[in-house]
Design a protein around this ligand. Sequence first.
Ligand code: ADP
Length: 351
Amino acid sequence: EISRNQMATVFSSMQDGVIAFDSQKNVITQNRRLSEMFPDLKIALAGFDAVFEQLLTEKPESASEFEYEGKNYLLNAKRIEMREGGTGVLFVVSDITAVKKVEEEQNRFISSVSHELKTPLTTLIGYTDLLERRGFDDKALAEKAISTMKNEGNRLLRLVNDLLNINKYHSYDFDLIFTDIDPDALLVDVCSEMNVASGELGISVMYDSRPLPQIKGDYDRLKQSLINVIENAIKYSKPGDAVRVNAIPDDEFLEITIRDYGEGIPEDKKEKIFETFYRVEEDRSRLSIKGGFGLGLSIVKNIIERHNGTVSVESFEGEGTLMVIRLPLPKDNSKAERVPEDISGEVEGDE
Ligand code: ADP
């Protein structure tokens, strides 16, 4: 009795749906999971008459995949010999929707990587061929070849670095070294670095340094996230524009905003930009000078989420973009540290 009860418990708590039939297709037993998967069992299993017949007459087991109401299932079917004599059929149905999604993502990832690697390599080989055939006599051509090869080489290096990062940050156990961070110092550090590059484009990254409550986080990873977001803001701005970085603490979070006045993101693309390899440019006519691989924001999302924070976007096409990163403030110091911040704000104002 005990072992029967144990079996019943195991059977009913399985993650897979299980159903057994006798040779006349009468249901002998089924578990709860199967009823949850297919409230209307008759309709769901209507297409399996052929599998059923095959099992009873030909091969004793089979596996097949099917779709039902937008989900993917794997059906493992097996002929069984009944204890009381006769033959039956056992169906074990697993929900493989998540596995399918990962498979699709992997395929998409591999084909995107191959494509991204192929383009600069083809250009590099094309120009080396050209130099080999024509030598360096045509100085203008040689210069063009070398500068293109250098750009494409750099592009490849960026891609490989992004790929290494994505690999690192997509595994759930990537190491974060948490320390106390002064977010103001971090923002000053990042913005001054970014200003060096953006200055050449006539774009200034503006941040008003002010005391902020400390946060706990991985300095290098947070810096990388901010760089990715600010780089985007610069990339999609027009020459002469400003990129404004701001940080405001509330009771629970430090909200860092990065505002640009560039081309913005269409409403229906806003959620997608955090996906691996997604680029709006592929839909817009793709401008290769912007040259990203659609990896930056997916790295940012992973890092920020590992800090229990969130990253979101507000944007109007043609008017610019506001990226919002929210990082949790340690409970004990969020209030305590905000008092001096307000006072020093006043002091600064008086000066
Ligand atoms: P990429 O390296 O291609 O920039 P990201 O993951 O960083 O990839 O960004 C994904 C896409 O989101 C970009 O290709 C771009 O189309 C869009 N995007 C990101 N930030 C901005 C921004 N500030 N303004 C306009 N579009 C943006």
